[in-house]
Design a protein around this ligand. Structure first.
Ligand SMILES: *[C@@H]1O[C@H](CO)[C@@H](O)[C@H](O)[C@H]1NC(C)=O
Ligand SMILES: *[C@@H]1O[C@H](CO)[C@@H](O)[C@H](O)[C@H]1NC(C)=O
Ligand SMILES: *[C@@H]1O[C@H](CO)[C@@H](O)[C@H](O)[C@H]1NC(C)=O
Ligand SMILES: *[C@@H]1O[C@H](CO)[C@@H](O)[C@H](O)[C@H]1NC(C)=O
Ligand SMILES: *[C@@H]1O[C@H](CO)[C@@H](O)[C@H](O)[C@H]1NC(C)=O
Ligand SMILES: *[C@@H]1O[C@H](CO)[C@@H](O)[C@H](O)[C@H]1NC(C)=O
Ligand SMILES: *[C@@H]1O[C@H](CO)[C@@H](O)[C@H](O)[C@H]1NC(C)=O
Ligand SMILES: *[C@@H]1O[C@H](CO)[C@@H](O)[C@H](O)[C@H]1NC(C)=O
Ligand SMILES: *[C@@H]1O[C@H](CO)[C@@H](O)[C@H](O)[C@H]1NC(C)=O
Ligand SMILES: CC(=O)N[C@H]1CO[C@H](CO)[C@@H](O)[C@@H]1O
Length: 883
């Protein structure tokens, strides 16, 4: 058992190479591949199998695909390759596909590959290709797929590109192309995908002949400096499924003709342009211009509604333009529509009851338009709707009692309308996080049932005509914002609402009373009684919890002892990525109570084990849920172990049995950031804290964007940030979902950390992994660094988590300064406020408002570079902080 797999593999390969040595002297195709390899720099030795002494046939070399013993495809994606792309590869007579995407080739477009007579697919995406597109690009006449996206290609698009008439996919997105796009598309009769997006130096009209591409399915021109009008010819794009023209400078109206090309559309995005006028009336109605003109002649009969097209439309985004006129009614009832964004236009019209037909709707954003009429009853029937915001419109009438019946409804913003009547009792919105009804004409009392919504965090009822008292129950909610200013509320304000929130959120209600308010209440004593009762309840609950926890812990200890014994008998398999010179047996013997460290976190205990060399390693023991075969488990751990980044803890190896998985990490003596912040006398200079923040952000950005495959951390918190002796942070416990499997990962997290304040609010209703969840967790860590407070204040009775605590403070004048850790010198204040702003952005309730980790790194670094710039100006009290 003590024999490691490494030794075994070594022996195997030695025997193998002797046995098969002679098999590979055969083909010249192998020699061609070797000569191609000779000009490539392969620092990671990804092409180790490409060798004339190798036991493997060249058809089995990394990245090679053969058809009847002849190489037809080479896929060397993501191997960090650089050097020269040699034309010798064209000696392979049957090579049809060459994929060199996601490497570091640093050279002009390799025109000589046009000598590859059979080449049909060339993918050079995401390299360091530079220079212009030469007119000789026409030599690639036989290509079907040309992907040059995400490089540094500059200059104008040459006319000669138009002669690549066999192209089905042309992608030159995310480059530095400039100038005007010539009309070269007429001959691209087979083109299905055209991507010119993210070329911000283009200044061009959209060439009219793009509209002649009848087979075009995806037209992606976003963020590219296109101006002028959308050509009428777009009416001929009959196969279009994805149209993205967002973030350009397009003007004029959406052409009537476009209507006919929307039949197969899945996603329509013209947001963030300068488009205006009414939207074509016939959109999605299945009639062409003829019926439309009848319509405008006054024949507004039922014809126009008889056939509803756009059956596949899922996303409709027209926000931030100058559109006016009635919003197209049919859109409201499309069977597959998920997202409608139309905010910041001048659309009018009503939201019809037929919205009940849009059974898949998830998000509606209509803020800042001229929508009028009532909120339809049938909104409550949409079971997937999680966001409904229609602030700054002219909606009127009462709010229907079921308007928030969707089981996932999370954000409702109906502020600045003319809604009247009472606020309905909201009992079903168990996932409601944010409710804004500010600046309407609502009357009646604040419904006490609001206090029963478990995750309600933002409640804005200001500027209405609400009467009665503030329900006592609301103090049980952990509200970060509670604004009832300018109503006609009366009576005693619940104590915790006075103490925790800025007075301005209560002002304009002359009949409210309580300590600190202009009016004090006439009957005073009950407060003490209440407080005493609350304390007693707290004590009882805590006691019950402690007893419960003790029982669970005892049970777990027994279980563990038994399972450890079993494991010692069980079969272990191990893979070391590092010469550990230790057997599973020694490893297991080293893992006892004495070497276990802290509670180790949600997924399992951590032990510190000494190697024979005296070196220490950290071993994390995870329950093996048995979701993955031994082979795929090995692949997943290998994926994680290959990460090399100064801010990410190295995985040195792993062992697994049927019961458990032992992950072996490098050991850091200094402990975690969490340990440090928990200490009574936590003190760390600001410069060091900023360095830690930057390191953590870089580690995350690396996982999100640079590492291939892209990974998510999914369990970031200060106790998972280890520090080395120079306070360089290193992330640990990352991407454990890959190891235990998604289902087990979620159930483990759900059982132990559902209420963790590192989890973003949307996590309560949407368990889907996303970068934004990591960004939120990072924001929480940054708040810990800025404030010097632990995120979770378990022991305190005022158990507000740090995000809510900070948000409450920053709403008060001077509150920003109260958030900053008082132990840090005044001279760092400006920088700390800068970091606080970043943290608040990261912890924004709305996931889309959170920046990417790459942006965060940049922002933090620019703070750091300003470290020495003296700033004599005091902090601005009016400072706008993001919500
Ligand atoms: C293997 O390739 C190397 C260099 O590519 C060459 O020097 C050597 O002679 C080759 N050996 C055989 C057995 O072909
Ligand atoms: C490639 O490897 C597989 C399995 O390892 C083997 O069955 C196959 O014969 C090999 N192909 C060639 C051409 O050597
Ligand atoms: C890729 O290569 C670059 C530069 O050659 C190096 O800095 C980087 O660490 C390499 N990445 C990996 C994952 O090997
Ligand atoms: C490969 O190319 C050669 C020469 O062009 C041809 O004779 C042969 O049929 C091709 N093989 C395959 C599998 O296409
Ligand atoms: C080229 O490779 C990249 C990276 O893997 C991939 O995302 C892209 O889809 C490929 N392009 C085409 C046209 O298949
Ligand atoms: C289209 O092809 C024809 C004939 O091959 C050629 O004359 C013409 O210049 C091409 N048009 C464009 C825009 O490249
Ligand atoms: C739009 O045009 C204006 C000036 O005409 C320019 O400043 C701006 O950058 C353009 N916007 C985009 C997204 O290209
Ligand atoms: C046409 O619309 C007007 C106003 O919307 C309505 O009064 C009239 O009955 C409609 N005519 C027909 C034929 O439906
Ligand atoms: C609600 O909408 C108003 C106006 O658009 C906006 O100022 C406010 O921030 C929104 N509230 C929330 C919680 O999103
Ligand atoms: C949906 C619809 O009624 N379309 C009609 C549009 O006009 C043409 C020609 O007049 C009719 O054939 C269509 O049925």
């Amino acid at each position: 058992m003590a024999t490691t797999l490494c030794t075994y593999l070594f022996l195997l390969s030695v025997t193998a190479s002797f046995t098969f040595l002679n098999l590979c002297s055969c083909s010249s195709e192998a020699e061609i591949l070797l000569s191609f390899k000779a000009s490539i720099e392969d620092t990671r030795k990804s092409l180790a199998s490409w060798s004339n002494t190798s036991a493997t046939h060249y058809c089995n070399w990394t990245g090679i695909t053969c058809t009847t013993a002849s190489v037809t495809s080479i896929n060397l994606q993501s191997f960090n390759l650089s050097g020269d792309i040699s034309s010798s590869i064209c000696d392979l007579p049957n090579l049809t596909e060459l994929n060199l995407a996601d490497n570091l080739f640093n050279q002009p477009i390799p025109l000589h590959l046009s000598q590859c007579s059979s080449l049909q697919v060339l993918n050079l995406s995401n390299n360091l290709i530079w220079g212009t597109i030469p007119s000789q690009i026409s030599q690639f006449g036989s290509l079907r797929v040309l992907d040059l996206s995400r490089n540094h290609i500059e200059g104008n698009i040459p006319e000669s590109l138009g002669s690549l008439k066999n192209l089905q996919v042309l992608n030159v997105g995310s480059n530095l192309l400039s100038g005007s796009v010539p009309s070269i598309f007429r001959n691209f009769t087979k083109l299905a995908v055209l991507d010119l997006s993210q070329n911000k130096y283009l200044v061009s009209e959209i060439p009219k002949d793009v509209g002649e591409l009848e087979n075009l399915e995806q037209l992606l021109l976003q963020s590219s400096g296109f101006q002028g009008e959308i050509p009428d010819s777009f009416g001929n794009l009959l196969s279009l499924t994805h149209l993205d023209l967002s973030e350009n400078n397009l003007t004029g109206m959406v052409p009537l003709a476009l209507v006919s090309s929307l039949k197969n559309l899945v996603s329509f995005d013209v947001s963030q342009n300068k488009l205006l006028g009414p939207f074509p009336n016939g959109i999605c109605k299945g009639q062409g211009l003829i019926n439309l003109s009848l319509h405008t002649n006054g024949f507004n009969g039922s014809i126009s509604n008889s056939i509803s097209e756009c059956k596949n439309l899922e996303r409709f985004q027209v926000q931030n333009n100058g559109f006016s006129g009635d919003f197209p009614d049919v859109l409201w009832s499309l069977p597959k529509i998920k997202l409608i964004r139309a905010e910041n236009n001048r659309f009018s019209g009503q939201i019809p009851e037929s919205i009940s037909g849009a059974v898949q709707l998830e998000q509606i954003q209509l803020d800042g338009n001229e929508f009028a009429g009532k909120i339809p009853q049938s909104l409550g029937l949409l079971k997937s709707l999680y966001r409904f915001s229609a602030s700054l419109n002219r909606l009127s009438g009462e709010i229907p009692p079921n308007f928030c019946d969707s089981p996932v409804m999370s954000i409702v913003n109906l502020s600045h309308n003319s809604l009247s009547g009472k606020i309905p009792e909201l009992k079903k919105c168990r996932k409601l996080v944010s409710l804004s009804l500010a600046d309407n004409r609502l009357n009646g009392e604040i419904p006490p049932s609001l206090a029963e919504l478990p995750v309600l965090t933002y409640l804005d009822l200001s500027d209405n005509s609400l009467t009665g008292s503030i329900p006592q129950g609301l103090q049980n909610l952990k509200l970060a914002l509670f604004n009832v200013s300018f109503n006609q509320l009366s009576g005693r304000v619940p104590y915790s609402l006075i103490s925790g929130l800025p007075a301005s959120f209560l002002e304009g209600n002359p009949q409210l009373c309580g300590p600190g308010l202009p009016t004090s209440c006439s009957d005073d004593p009950p407060r003490h009684h209440n407080a005493a009762l609350t304390t007693l309840t707290c004590v009882l609950i805590s006691l019950a919890f402690l007893v419960g926890a003790a029982i669970v812990a005892a049970g777990f200890a027994m279980y563990r002892r038994r399972s450890l014994k079993q494991n010692q008998i069980g079969v272990w398999r191990s893979v070391f990525f590092y010469p550990l010179r230790i057997s599973e047996h020694d490893l297991l013997m080293g893992m006892d109570e004495k070497s276990s460290k802290g509670n180790g976190g949600v997924f399992g205990k951590v032990y510190v084990v000494s190697l024979p060399s005296g070196e220490l390693v950290a071993v994390k023991k995870i329950l093996n849920f048995g979701n993955q075969s031994s082979k795929s488990l090995k692949l997943e751990v290998k994926t994680l172990a290959k990460i090399r980044h100064k801010n990410i803890v190295k995985i040195l190896g792993f062992c697994h049995s049927d019961e458990s998985i032992l992950l072996i990490y490098e050991h850091l003596h200094e402990g975690s950031l969490g340990d440090m912040i928990s200490q009574q006398n936590f003190e760390l200079q600001w410069g060091v804290r900023l360095k830690i923040a930057i390191g953590v952000a870089q580690g995350l950005a690396y996982l999100h964007k640079d590492y291939n495959p892209h990974l998510l951390h999914r369990n970031l918190k200060s106790s998972n940030i280890l520090l080395d002796s120079n306070f360089e942070p290193k992330l640990t416990d990352f991407a454990l979902d890959r190891i235990v499997g998604e289902a087990s990962f979620q159930s483990t997290l759900a059982s132990e950390a559902a209420s963790s304040c590192y989890n973003a609010p949307e996590y309560s209703y949407n368990k889907k992994a996303s970068e934004q969840l990591d960004v939120y967790s990072f924001g929480v860590v940054l708040l810990e660094l800025v404030s010097g407070r632990k995120a979770e204040q378990r022991e305190s009775t005022d158990s507000l988590d740090i995000v809510k605590w900070v948000r409450r403070k920053v709403n008060i004048s001077n509150g920003v300064l109260q958030v900053l850790d008082p132990k840090i010198s005044h001279s760092c204040q400006q920088q700390m406020i800068g970091a606080l702003e970043i943290a608040l952005l990261c912890t924004s309730v709305v996931p889309e408002k959170r920046p990417s980790m790459v942006d965060v790194v940049r922002a933090l670094q620019s703070l750091e570079s300003k470290f020495y710039i003296a700033n004599s100006q005091g902090p601005d009290e009016e400072h706008q902080l993001p919500v």
